[in-house]
Design a binder for this molecule. Structure first.
Ligand code: ATP
Ligand code: MG
Length: 493
């Protein structure tokens, strides 16, 4: 350990051994010498033997066990790591089983025919068994190793920007270095396949028991290195029903704006994890509580800031609650619907502004979606395949206002009818449109063809607006539109 650190500067990880030999958190940067001592002395984990913890091999994926045993039999260290150990300890079913080892990626590859090396930043081995992919990561050194100018470590393998953010990291290490680069103590537990014990360097077992989410080391430094950790704090607190430790929560308000520098594609991944994993409602509450929402969805945050207990708030709440219910019932969820919900309050307002100028409510809605979505994309990049669907769901909404005339029935055959209908139900439940309208669309879906005709013909004719657009525009504008249309469709002169 000392050898590994020779000649380098260090930021202390926050753990030191007290003179009594017990470990304690100190949450400070310390001098170069102190840091080296602290890191060197923090190498002894608490080892929780099998008899003293509840993790049984029967709860571990058989393929993960296969990989662990093969690594062990080849003479390497092999541990289950990260979220899987935490979840098993809490009696939850892990989402996936990640493995940590001292074997280098090429050595892992030699052991498994079904192995692929991936990653440019971090070299990882993926071992595939049918649908299941097990990620095998070689232990990496902690980012205790930073030059005085805070930019590059001695051999340029760890690169930080001038805010302290990690840009590149590719440094193998031992397990007792690997642990310090992890985010929360509960995420830094290692289950050893050699004797089924848990290795705990950071007090993660006790924190998991106490349901506390605690960053390893100095919270501000850790958030600066990777601002996404602020979102991870919220995500784990919501998902695991943990409290964020006061010291870990405190710097978030000050550093929240650092999220603005995170690539929009990464934020899309994080937003999906926040909202499409079963605890969307709680995640949303915590994002608002910690003033993070305005850095993900600024338009939504500003609408909600002026409209507490409003229709907008209810639409979002009901949309997220519905997502959570679908996940609990093992039903599919899509980012398209989620983003339609999250952007709706701003789109709705924008559409009202555009209405006077647009040819039809549908046109106003599409223009509003384009305006708001383009702005939102700068923060959280929604891939096109989802944004096109979301745009359709949103721009079909005005067609639910039109229930008279046989043409209104065409909406039922639209490929996005189902999603648009679900979305309309949310708006009705939130009080944005009349429940009777929603009930009518519910009823018509199961009505016989004759009953459908009777339903549309019994609607007052004055509600029959333009077939495609339920127009609210002036007759002059409609005339102009028709003229333009005929111009567009005229054969080339
Ligand atoms: P989940 O059950 O949601 O997958 P997880 O804890 O497994 O939760 P992952 O994002 O899969 O989370 O990451 C696996 C592990 O890698 C984490 O438990 C943590 O130890 C470490 N890790 C992941 N992302 C970061 C990060 N941004 N900073 C520090 N450590 C991280
Ligand atoms: Mg995981």
């Amino acid at each position: 350990m000392r050898r590994a650190l020779r000649g380098r500067c260090a930021i202390i990880r926050g753990y030191t051994l007290c003179s009594s030999g017990k470990r304690s958190l100190n949450n400070h940067r310390s001098s170069h010498r102190d840091s080296l001592e602290a890191v060197a002395s923090a190498t002894a984990p608490i080892i929780v033997p099998r008899a003293e913890h509840p993790i049984s091999r029967s709860a571990i994926s058989p393929n993960a066990l296969k990989v662990l045993y093969r690594l062990k039999d080849a003479g390497y260290q092999a541990f289950l790591v990260g979220g899987a150990v935490r979840d098993l300890l809490l009696g939850r079913q892990p989402k996936d089983f990640d493995i940590g080892t001292n074997a280098h990626p090429e050595q892992v590859k030699e052991l498994f025919r079904n192995c692929r090396l991936i990653g440019r930043r971090f070299h990882l081995a993926h071992v595939r068994y049918g649908q299941e992919v097990l990620e095998v990561a070689t232990f990496r050194a902690a980012h205790t190793l930073v030059d005085d100018d805070n930019s590059v470590d001695e051999d340029s393998r760890r690169v930080l920007d001038n805010h302290g953010r990690i840009l590149r990291d590719n440094l193998y290490g031992s397990i007792d270095e690997d642990v310090w680069r992890r985010d929360f103590t509960a995420n830094a537990l290692y289950y050893n396949i050699h004797d089924f014990s848990i290795w705990d360097y950071t007090g993660g077992v006790a924190d998991a028991k106490a349901r506390v989410l605690k960053l390893i080391g100095d919270p501000e430094t850790r958030y600066r290195e990777d601002p996404v950790r602020m979102l991870r704090a919220v995500r784990f607190a919501a998902k695991l029903d943990f409290n964020i430790d006061t010291a870990s929560a405190r710097p978030i308000a000050k550093l929240a704006a650092m999220l603005d520098g995170v690539p929009a594609a990464r934020l899309f991944d994080e937003v999906n994890k926040l909202f499409l994993a079963g605890s969307a409602v709680r995640s949303f509450e915590l994002l608002r509580e910690h003033a993070l929402l305005e850095h993900l969805f600024p338009d939504l945050a500003s609408v909600l800031a002026t409209a507490t207990n409003s229709i907008d708030e209810r639409v979002v709440h009901l949309g997220l609650a519905g997502t959570d219910e679908r996940i609990a019932a093992d039903k599919s969820v899509t980012p398209a619907f989620l983003f339609a919900v999250l952007l709706w309050p701003a789109v709705r307002r924008q559409a009202t502004q555009f209405a006077a100028m647009a040819d039809s409510p549908i046109q106003a809605m599409q223009d509003a979606w384009d305006t708001i979505a383009m702005r939102a994309q700068k923060r959280v990049a929604l891939p096109k395949r989802f944004s096109l669907t979301a745009r359709e769901v949103v721009s079909l909404q005005p067609r639910f206002d039109n229930r008279s005339g046989r043409r209104s029935l065409r909406l039922l055959d639209h490929p996005r009818f189902r999603a648009a209908y679900d979305f309309m139900l949310l708006r009705a439940a939130a009080g944005e449109i009349e429940q009777a309208v929603a009930d009518w669309w519910t009823e018509i879906q199961t009505a016989s063809p004759e009953a459908r005709i009777a339903m549309v013909e019994s609607q007052p004719a004055d509600k029959a607006k333009a077939e495609d657009g339920t127009s609210t525009t002036s007759p002059t504008k409609r005339r102009r539109r028709r003229r333009n249309r005929s111009k567009r469709s005229a054969p080339d002169a």
